[in-house]
Each structure stands twice: as C-alpha cells, then as structure tokens.
Design a protein around this ligand. Structure first.
Ligand SMILES: [Zn+2]
Length: 276
C-alpha cells in the first residue's frame, strides 16, 4: 500500500510536471474505482490552469484555477504516471487525463481501491472539506511531543493503534509505527495514555526521522512502487523490526516478537520495548 513517503514522492514528481498545464479531456474506462467516476465528466474540470499539486495525509490534491481541484487517493495498488498520449494504454489504466501539450496523466489501479474525485475549494490553497477531520501532518511543527502527549492522555487504546489513528496524526502507516516505536523503546501494546512525555518526545522525533529517510529514498516501503516516470523505489530504508519476527533484535539480539494489534501485524523486541 502506498504510504506517506510514496505519496510524497508522487506529489513532488507531479508538482514538477503539471502546474501551468491544463486538462483538455478526461477518459474513464471503468464505471467506478472506490467511488463512481461519472463526476469526472464535469466540463468545469477542463481548460483550467493547474496551479499546484499538494499532499495531505495520503491524499493528493491537484489544484486548478478557480478553486477547482481533483482529490486523489492511491488506495492499495494505485499508481500515477505521465506519458505521451500515444503510449498504449495499460490494462488497469482506468482514468486517462489528456493535457494540452499532448501528455497524459494516467491512473492505474488493478484493485480499484483508489479514487479520483472532483472537488471545490473554499479558497485557493486550502484543503477540500472532505479532509477536514484529519489530524496534523507528522512532518509539521504541529506534531510535537506536547501535542502527542495531550492527544494520548486518558486513552486506553494501544499506543500503536493510537499512532496510526488519522485523527491524532496522519500518514503513520503500519511500517512506520512499528519502526518508530522500536527506535523509541516503547512497547506497542502499551496503553497510549501511559506513555510519558519523555517517550512522546522520542516517538515524535523517530516518526519524523523515519518518514524523512523514506522520502529521501524516493518511497521505499512497497515492492511494486513506481515513480511517476516509471522508476522503481530504491529499497534503501533499513527496517529494524517490521517483517522480522524470529530474527535477532539489531540492538540486543533478542528474537523479534510478532503480535496482532487492531488486526495489524506488529513487531517488537520484548527486551528493548518493555511493557508498561
Ligand atoms: Zn532488543
């Protein structure tokens, strides 16, 4: 599943290529992805200059002049690429957006959990109302130790589940939650409300550092990730615990344990990450 670093990588690539151009035709080849695609027939989306491509959580926002925008989510298997209109359409390229310069932006999504929806912004540069309930971005200053400590306060939910709750902080997927908790010495089963401020400081630093490393690597968490130009993610993110049950902890050699928390695989070292 494309996580925040992959989506950020796609965003940066699209933001270099799309602004200044405009869509002149939108073709859809299936009736629906996660949501019906019929609304893409709205002619108001065409012939408007693209102003910017932004990311919020794992959503992409392609903003056009006049406060129109496309809201995109890659779902489980979605990818975007920019190729000339003459390039043959791949089997799962369900949406093809033609630009005035003869290039096309193509949305490929074999499992169809992604979506692409038109939306109207209340002002230039703001997020669409569909994203109003999201917590702060993990790489922003709003995501601080004090903030996280207050957000966790009184919660009996496991810290790992709370860290992956988009209303607390967005974009911390399973891999990043596991790795950040390991680096912070926090047991993933700990109730969120029991994590002291000092550990919230470590956790915030490690979430940011782990995400930054993955973004610098060009999106590294999934095997089939491709950049907008078709290049593959460079698999350089060193994982310490994720997917490593039974292997020795890189810090102390204890066998990495695996447990399901909230239905998601969780990996930790019972010695470095003591239960509280
Ligand atoms: Zn250990």
């Amino acid at each position: 599943m494309p996580e925040l670093p992959e989506v950020e990588t796609v965003k940066r690539a699209l933001d270099k290529r799309l602004p200044g151009h405009e869509f002149v035709k939108i073709d859809t080849y299936v009736p629906a992805l996660r949501f019906p695609l019929g609304s893409l027939g709205d002619h108001a989306l065409l012939h408007r200059k693209i102003m910017a491509v932004r990311r919020r959580a794992r959503y992409l926002i392609v903003e056009m002049e006049g406060c129109r925008a496309l809201l995109l989510h890659l779902g489980m298997t979605g990818t975007l690429r920019i190729v000339p209109a003459v390039a043959p359409r791949l089997k799962h390229e369900h949406v093809v957006l033609l630009l005035e310069n003869g290039d096309t932006l193509r949305f490929e999504d074999p499992r169809r959990f992604g979506f692409i929806l038109p939306c109207v912004l209340s002002a230039p540069g703001v997020d669409p109302k569909e994203l109003a309930a999201l917590g702060p971005e993990p790489l922003s200053d709003d995501f601080s130790a004090e903030y996280l400590y207050q957000a966790f306060k009184g919660r009996k939910t496991r810290v790992k589940t709370a860290l992956m709750d988009n209303s607390i902080v967005v974009g911390v997927g399973n891999i990043y939650a596991n790795e950040s908790l390991f680096l912070s010495g926090i047991n993933p089963l700990t109730p969120a409300g029991k994590v002291p401020l000092s550990q919230c400081e470590l956790l915030v630093d490690n979430v940011k550092a782990t995400l930054r490393r993955a973004i610098d690597a060009g999106g590294t968490t999934i095997s089939d990730f491709k950049g907008v130009d078709g290049s593959e993610g460079k698999f350089v993110l060193q994982l310490n615990v994720y997917g490593k049950s039974g292997e020795p902890c890189p810090k102390c050699g204890t066998e990495i344990a695996r447990v399901a928390i909230g239905g998601r695989s969780s990996f930790y070292c019972s010695r470095c990450q003591k239960e509280q």
